[in-house]
Design a protein. Sequence first.
Length: 296
Amino acid sequence: MSKKFVTFLASAGLIFVTMIWGFAFVVVKNSLDAVPPIWMMAFRFTIATVVLSLVFIPRFKKLNRQTLKHGFLIGIWLFLAYAFQTIGCNYTTAGKNAFLTTVYVVLVPFINWALTKNKPDVYSIVAALLSFTGIGLLSLQGDLSVNIGDVLTLICGLCYAMQIIYIARYSQGDDPILLTILQVALTAVLSWITAPIIDGAFPAAALKDTTIIGSMLYLGLGSTMICFLLQTVCQKYLEPSLASLLMSFESVFGMLSSVIFLHEILSGRNIIGCALMFIAVVLGETKLSFLKKKRS
């Protein structure tokens, strides 16, 4: 199997991940009234941990101290990202929350440069800026003021950037499935510990609602188990800057799900935002190699 085809499959896998995450926006929005955010994290990450552990029991024979350490480090960044994002959402608009979260698209090439000395090329930088602009057109409305929720969400974006970079680093030498299980398990444990402090009492009444149970299963099995498994495996074959660029498409699918299920109107501004993100992905993935071939 050629390297180009493997890269294509890995890229397609990450796009599929963003599709599931994007459509999960509706599920989360419809569930927050019954299940507070950190409790929701506890439920979804616990479901994912249990099922992943049962499916991949033989993999635990490969578990060693190095993989354990790396998985827990990624898990800390993952937990912090989700926690800052969900808490920040309580103090800012959903659009600004979605936009500021994706600051990782711009941060990843530069943080990776600082950590690995691998300087990003001009195509990666321009693609990141184009994508960030496109996300802004999709997410931001008229309110550009800054509040505590915006600051917390920016911290969330930094945490996501660190998670993406460390997955790229450790998935090369460690079993990506074990890394997935470990980061998801640690996030579940930390969520159970902090949920009573941040969200208050356990939402027992929500567990009697079959709709909420179905939503938690979707988030646990689809949006958490499948997505983080695919993310960790696919990132093994992609540069961190390209991976972050592809993952930013969560905002596109989030907008599409709002149009389809919440009957929101798709504006010309939204269409331009989607177009900019598409151009960014083409630029980041091809680096205009097709134009260079024509010239030669």
